[in-house]
Design a protein around this ligand. Sequence first.
Ligand code: GLN
Ligand code: ZN
Length: 769
Amino acid sequence: MTAQSAAAAARATVYGYPRQGQNRELKKAIEGYWKGRADADTLRATAAELRRANWLQLAEAGIHEVPTGDFSYYDHVLDTGVMVGAIPERHRAAVQADALDGYFAMARGTQDVAPLEMTKWFDTNYHYLVPELGPDTVFSADSTKQVAELREALALGLTARPVLVGPVTYLLLAKPAPGVAAGFDPLTLIDRLLPVYAEIVADLRAAGAEWVQLDEPALVQDRTPAELNTATRAYRDLGALTDRPKLLVASYFGRLGDALPVLAKAPVEGLALDFTEAAAANLDALAAVGGLPGKRLIAGVVNGRNIWVNDLGTSLATLGTLLGLADRVDVAASCSLLHVPLDATAERDIEPQIRRWLAFARQKTGEIVTLAKGLAGGTGAIAAELAANRADLASRAGSAITRDPAVRARATAVTDADGRRSQPYAERTAAQRAHLGLPLLPATTIGSFPQTTELRTARADLRAGRIGTAGYEERIRAEIGEVISFQEKTGLDVLVHGEPERNDMVQYFAEQLTGYLATQHGWVQSYGTRYVRPPILAGDISRPEPMTVRWTTYAQSLTAKPVKGMLTGPVTMLAWSFVRDDQPLGDTARQVALALRDEVNDLEAAGTSVIQVDEPALRETLPLRAADRPAYLAWATEAFRLSTGGVRPDTQIHTHMCYAEFGDIVQAIDDLDADVISLEAARSHMQVARELAGHGYPREAGPGVYDIHSPRVPSADEAAALLRKGLEAIPAERLWVNPDCGLKTRGWPETRASLENLVAAARTIRAEL
Ligand code: GLN
Ligand code: ZN
């Protein structure tokens, strides 16, 4: 095909769409089913209606080829496991008894059987269920769901393309099943898995699919030559099948690197690549291998995981370049639209002018269609859209929200000294111990106490105007009073105010910082039926006034023991928000850090001697490629130091991180220059304490001795045993006693009992020293 005819044929497509529905109907239907309020048929009908509405919406917007099979009751990786018959042994009976209930049992566990483990889908905030495989795993094809959903879309008269998790990515995401040696490599199962994929794609072809998409995002991560060989072999074998549809291999979340030539040479008919800024290297790499002669290229030029309007002119230029590199070029978002909210026009509280800068799934769909039109018909065909887009981009670039000269001047003036405490850790620690008068093995908590129904009701009452601010704050003060008196009575050493005023550890601060936007309906699936509404880092960030000081000082006024101030760190503020795309992440982090620095300094000035800056997202934000990590860690640790570097030597800075596996960032944790860190460790029997010690971590640390993810109350003996284990790795002068994480999801009865046991354990061990 010539470049001209390749352009004329350009089509618009997407790889996946938000599943929840306009009003989170799917969440309500599934939770209704779990609670026995609705039967399976009602749930299935709701799901089918949501799929239908999505497809029709996509088609009406001008999408030529709609995705099928991307819908899920819980998670598409779990669906893939069902599709290839990889049901864990412990769930088999339940699945056989009832497929739907068995499916939910794998996802959520039951009274007797543990669920599959859940972890983050690449570097997004979506979580998938980790496949459990072993040398005895037998795969078998079950294409029921894929075929049924394809038929539904075809019955609407649409062109549809089934989307499947590819076999290589599926195996790379898996882990050895319980009881299987940790050294087992699931990728060795590829030869058993491929015939199952062959059967499934044949079924899809028989059901009417011209194309089938196989998603291989795992190939944008660092891969060994052996892994790349497996990918080569997998697609050679699938390509060699005779009874098969056309195959499209899709990659997203970054550049393919060494995997690009592998896929370019594979005997498949199409490739989908990410061409957003983060994956710009794909363009040169594609040219370097001589393009994709004879193949279809789907160009992901619209960012599928951020919420900003596309720069249509730039995308069109990229598409123009790509025309010469493939037989046919189609337009898509860089990844499934699962990772963005549904519709920006629903955000009535955001000023219309600013709303025009935003593109959620619906708006992105429009951009994709416009770009396909522009590619096919030239800029003349989309002149009005281009003009409107230029106006929106100019309005954003020129807005006072986007650029606040005072914030920029301050960020530019930052020096190394701002991020450096006035004394090194070794000297500070003595000053802090003297100042705080703490015992050995001081006991503390991570910040939040149970978020009771009364607290949530009070917040809802405030929002609905049923109570005023004064009434609400009265309730918060009463709660703080109870939390403080409980901690005093129990004998904790460093107290907290309990965070009763916070709806969420990021949103609470986002609402008070200038430059952040909140959404009303911007729900994004985090896992299963859990949806979050990430705030938007829209412009330059500043803190108009103190955010937490009055709550912390109120708590401190009730006790002679030190009360710890509680803040969310700059990296976590970025990680759990939608970020700006018009400046480096490090610049945004620095602005947030400076705003937090003001808060830290104000807390200290108000008499707070211990301040905790939580960074649970430091580890999870680590870039997918090792080559990108040093730069990330440099700005991330700098931002933390900037927020905490302005306090006196005798003010103690804590940080907190959850989710284990810290081995590869111990140096970065040390570079934060915090005085004390608390970490999750109870379930892994103090593994992180050994990791910190193994890397020579020199500071104070509190590996958690109470697993807050379960209502189970640890006995004092159990907690003491964990502390003894902790002491094997961390000397008594540096060991803290605390739970794994905050207590906001727990109830009061188990919180009370657990913390009493935790303090008893600390006392027992102190007596032994
Ligand atoms: N301070 C927060 C809390 O206790 C920390 C939460 C977290 O680490 N995710 O709730
Ligand atoms: Zn935590």
